[in-house]
Design a protein around this ligand. Structure first.
Ligand SMILES: CC(C)(COP(=O)(O)OP(=O)(O)OC[C@H]1O[C@@H](n2cnc3c(N)ncnc32)[C@H](O)[C@@H]1OP(=O)(O)O)[C@@H](O)C(=O)NCCC(=O)NCCS
Length: 210
């Protein structure tokens, strides 16, 4: 990771500004004023992250498609982020290197999870935005993910299947999403998303939308 990217990952958002009176700040205010911090994941965060992922995705999450796809891989360097509020862990986001024909440094985004008690306060949005910004600085050119279109469309993600991309595990095509970094048209990439280490995952491909 470059020094700039490392610094960017560790750089917190603006200082906490507590809400005034009885009026709760809006989600946009929370994001703008930086009520929480987005920083690089540290080794000591591992247990809290695992516990949150158990809550968010269930203890059998390792059987899920995207988990099987990245099983045994190392997360993309400099792109494992956590959200902190007054030093307390609130959320996590990781990215993984993948290979796609036509892409130079594509990534798989996920898992993204926020403490259930802190959801709806723009922590998820802040994690994804910071992650995409850092990914750009680190020279990544594409991101794919398996997730809710209704959530990820706000960041510019679109359905990947109609653009000729395929995922090597059976997934609901409506959840298979892609975005260019920086944001732009989905052209010049196609075919099967492959693990960064080239290992085979499965012969099955994603179902076309029904
Ligand atoms: C999804 C998740 C990360 C969002 O984090 P968050 O900090 O609560 O989200 P934000 O506050 O940044 O954004 C809230 C917005 O996302 C929407 N949203 C939250 N989860 C959503 C989902 N699964 N699908 C569509 N929209 C969703 C909310 O309705 C809200 O919409 P609004 O901006 O129109 O009000 C969090 O709910 C979570 O950890 N969920 C369980 C794990 C998970 O499903 N992760 C991956 C998502 S595919």
């Amino acid at each position: 990771m470059t020094d700039t990217a490392q610094q960017e990952a560790r750089e917190p958002l603006a200082e906490v500004k507590p809400s005034v009176g009885n009026k709760s700040p809006s989600r946009d205010t929370l994001l703008e004023e930086g009520v929480f911090q987005i920083v690089a994941e540290r080794p000591e965060d591992a247990a809290a992250i695992e516990a949150l992922l158990d809550v968010a995705f269930g203890p059998d999450r390792h059987r899920k498609t995207s988990y099987r796809f990245r099983d045994g891989l190392t997360p993309a360097e400099g792109l494992s982020l956590i959200a902190l509020d007054a030093g307390t862990f609130q959320g996590s986001l990781r990215f993984w290197p993948v290979q796609i024909d036509g892409a130079k440094k594509p990534l798989l985004l996920g898992p993204l999870a926020v403490d259930p008690a802190r959801r709806g306060q723009a922590i998820g949005v802040a994690l994804v935005r910071r992650g995409l910004r850092l990914a750009r600085r680190l020279g990544h050119d594409w991101v794919i993910l398996i997730g809710d279109y209704a959530y990820y469309k706000r960041f510019g993600f679109v359905h990947a299947f109609p653009h000729g991309l395929r995922f090597p595990e059976p997934v609901d095509a409506r959840r298979f999403l892609v975005r260019r970094i920086p944001r732009g048209p989905i052209t010049g990439i196609s075919g099967l998303v492959r693990r960064a280490d080239g290992a085979a995952v499965s012969a099955e491909v994603v179902r076309p939308p029904s």
